[in-house]
Design a protein. Structure first.
Length: 173
């Protein structure tokens, strides 16, 4: 393991972007984007996310709720940035510069981005055990909970349900 070459961040992101693109166009694939947010493991359908990017400069917005971290210009388009875990009430907003943005797919008609701790690549729910989600505080934005063979609990984020919540667009305090 010590002899394995280390990937640069750029190489990792390029490979992940290629895998996302390929998985999204492969019929019958059960792959989902996996990531960490609020120290929880999450999955989301590839068709709901446009891209995972390193965070560009985010400009804070005055008089906004703490979970709305500001706006960022991504290839000339302004995206509103929401800290996912903070929005769901799981943790305070991230204070680390190492986070990433999940850009919401344009089919939803908004330039929105979700701030996460870390992308984890692609995962399949095949072989995972479905769990009851009655006791989950993030339930309004989740569509399922899973337990993988390693004992890790995964929440499946429904981006469409998340952005349909009235509070999502009500960023002013």
């Amino acid at each position: 393991m010590a002899d394995e070459p280390k990937l640069s961040l750029r190489e990792f992101q390029t490979r992940l972007a290629d895998r996302l693109r390929n998985a999204a166009h492969t019929p019958g694939t059960a792959s989902k984007l996996a990531f960490l947010a609020g120290d929880r493991h999450w999955l989301t359908d590839l068709g709901q996310i446009n891209e995972v990017i390193t965070v560009p400069s985010v400009t804070p917005v005055p008089w906004a709720k703490t979970w709305f971290t500001g706006v960022a210009s991504v290839r000339g388009a302004i995206h509103g940035c929401t800290d996912l875990a903070a929005f769901l009430g799981l943790t305070p907003p991230l204070e680390t510069p190492d986070y990433r943005l999940l850009l919401i797919h344009p089919k939803y008609g908004m330039n929105a981005a979700l701030r996460i701790q870390q992308p984890l690549g692609l995962r399949s729910v095949t072989g995972m055990k479905p769990l009851n989600q009655d006791d989950d505080t993030a339930a309004p934005a989740t569509q399922a909970r899973w337990l993988d063979p390693e004992g890790i609990s995964w929440l499946e984020l429904d981006v469409e349900r998340l952005i349909a919540q009235p509070d999502f667009l009500q960023v002013a305090i």
